[in-house]
Design a protein around this ligand. Sequence first.
Ligand SMILES: N[C@H](CCC[C@H](N)C(=O)O)C(=O)O
Length: 161
Amino acid sequence: MGEPILKAADVPTGLPANKQEAVVKSELDVDGVTWNVTCVSMGNPHCVTFGLLVDELNLAEIGPKFEHHVMFPARTNTEFVQVCSPSHLKMRVWERGAGATLACGTGACATVVAAVLEGRAGRKCTVDLPGGPLEIEWREENNHIYMTGPAEVVFYGSVAL
Ligand SMILES: N[C@H](CCC[C@H](N)C(=O)O)C(=O)O
């Protein structure tokens, strides 16, 4: 999946960098509620927030408020993450331009990077998404992220042209 981009201006986010050039566990005000977020680009912008029971989240209500927040000039994908253990994360995603989806590979990678930066998890995690689990590893020796998961037929279709 390549290397994460952490420099705030390149994510991009207007939140000020607080860990070298990165935005890690920073306060973001969303309609009067303060969230702690870590911002990661995987070539596309991600905002990751931890500490929730993700099943209880009203994603359709809160997701668009992150996506269109003034601190994300290119809008953002947002991952809402529950830490089950230091090697097991559970995540729901609101995708920029798409809304709630069953899975997001770049989002799972951004989630592990954010979890490592926040000291919540190790570099190798299982990330549970609504569509199933992915194995993500952010390797220290080369800074690259590796994603492993099954490839399965979901449906067949045909289109008359
Ligand atoms: N679905 C893709 C990411 C699409 C993200 C898109 N919503 C964006 O705004 O860049 C994935 O699995 O990584």
